[in-house]
Write a protein that binds this ligand. Structure first.
Ligand SMILES: *Cc1c(COP(=O)(O)O)cnc(C)c1O
Length: 384
């Protein structure tokens, strides 16, 4: 499998090169040169397959030429090593719990897969790579945990002072070894700016090979498809495709889900649940993608003013706006409604939501009021 840059100015690369580079030299995102169709037999017998076997089959075409079967299998086995249960919450809403990994947020799957791949690709090489990442909390923890002890990889994490939770700060700062966490006197956007400056700095890049570990990297983006297959495996009413609602920030996760759907996984309509950072809602109404400064909210892992992966979603639907709109809607939930939803759901079902999960729950609830016959899933991505 080769990957091309969505900016069309760089040459195609292998999965290995795309993983090491992160972003294409023309600053575009890498995208698979063709979309492999999911074997219908896999869908038919998915309930009898192990989670690791499912992940292996799904990832195989995407890494072809860069990892052999044995290498991929061992990476997948280390990645999918905790349960991802589907919990019924009401009659028609179930919650896919993605917080049972080591850092208690859903980014563990992507970060672990990417770290194992990068470690494998650099194992027998002289060069060292520095992974530089800005975090508002969850990414840093997952990346630190995933890359801890990986040979030839150093990790530098920039996090905003006083704006990550005490648990997250410990996840970032207590590992040591190849993980360095730097507290920045500023906001997440300031951290992001510093990272971007470093990536563009010729002097730094002469001394260090820098790469990024956010969902721009194909090795972090693509394995997120696995959640959707594991959700479908546990979905009992196979005769009815589930509506899928995903709390979204940088749109990596939901883009992976749409990729799974387009390549053959029987899923219904997708809803991108957002906080007041409503760039995609606005796009779906106006067909105009207008990035803006991020606004801080309670669901801080979704405070993104320029969702990088959205260009991949546009590509997935061949730039056909009507087709995209048929498959995806977006909703914007305020902090006030987020808090109210946490209380309401706890009172009615005894189920505890975190702010990110609550944004998704309410967006889905609103959709189901307009489409009462549907059954649905939403992603609960962080421990309450
Ligand atoms: C990272 C994160 C998100 C946003 O995911 P994207 O793939 O960037 O859209 C949402 N919720 C939680 C809890 C997160 O950690």
């Amino acid at each position: 499998m080769k990957y091309y840059s969505l900016n069309q100015q760089s040459s195609k690369v292998t999965f290995k090169e795309a993983t090491i580079l992160g972003q294409a030299p023309d600053k575009g995102l890498y995208y698979p040169e063709y979309l492999p169709v999911v074997d219908p037999q896999l869908i038919d017998r998915i309930e009898s397959m192990s989670d690791v076997d499912i992940a292996f089959e799904i990832m195989k075409p995407y890494v072809a030429g860069s990892l052999n079967n044995e290498e991929l299998y061992s990476i997948v086995k280390e990645t999918v090593s905790f349960p991802i249960p589907l919990q019924p919450v009401t009659n028609n809403i179930s919650s896919l719990e993605l917080f049972h990994g080591p850092t208690l947020a859903f980014k563990d799957i992507g970060a672990r897969f990417m770290s194992r791949c990068l470690g494998h690709f650099l194992k027998n090489e002289e060069r060292e790579v520095t992974v530089l990442v800005a975090t508002s909390g969850d990414t840093g923890g997952a990346v630190a945990n995933g890359f801890y002890g990986v040979k030839n990889v150093n990790v530098v994490i920039l996090y905003p002072k006083g704006r990550v939770s005490p648990v997250q700060e410990k996840q970032l700062t207590t590992l040591g070894k190849n993980i360095t966490a730097l507290e920045v006197d500023g906001t997440f956007d300031d951290c992001q700016k510093m990272a971007k400056q470093a990536f563009a700095d010729a002097d730094i890049n002469k001394k260090k090979f820098l790469t990024s570990a956010n969902s721009i990297n194909v090795a972090r983006w693509l394995p997120q498809q696995v959640y959707y297959f594991l959700a479908y495996k546990q979905w009992k009413q196979k005769e009815q495709k589930p509506v899928v609602c995903v709390p979204s920030g940088n749109f990596g996760n939901i883009c992976a889900g749409l990729l799974a759907k387009v390549t053959g996984l029987p899923l219904g309509h997708f809803i991108a649940a957002c906080n007041v950072n409503d760039i995609v809602s606005h796009y779906l109404q106006t067909q105009e993608l207008k990035p803006k400064e991020a606004t801080a909210t309670l669901s801080n892992a979704m405070d993104v003013g320029n969702p990088s992966n959205f260009v991949r979603i546009i590509e997935l639907f061949h730039q056909q706006f009507p087709d995209l709109k048929n498959n995806l809607s977006a909703d914007t939930i305020s902090d006030e409604d987020t808090v109210e939803t946490i209380t309401k759901v706890y009172k009615e079902s005894g189920y505890t939501l975190d702010p990110h999960g609550a944004v998704a729950y309410l967006a889905l609830d609103k959709y189901l009021q307009q489409h009462p016959m549907k059954k649905a899933l939403y992603w609960k991505q962080r421990i309450p």
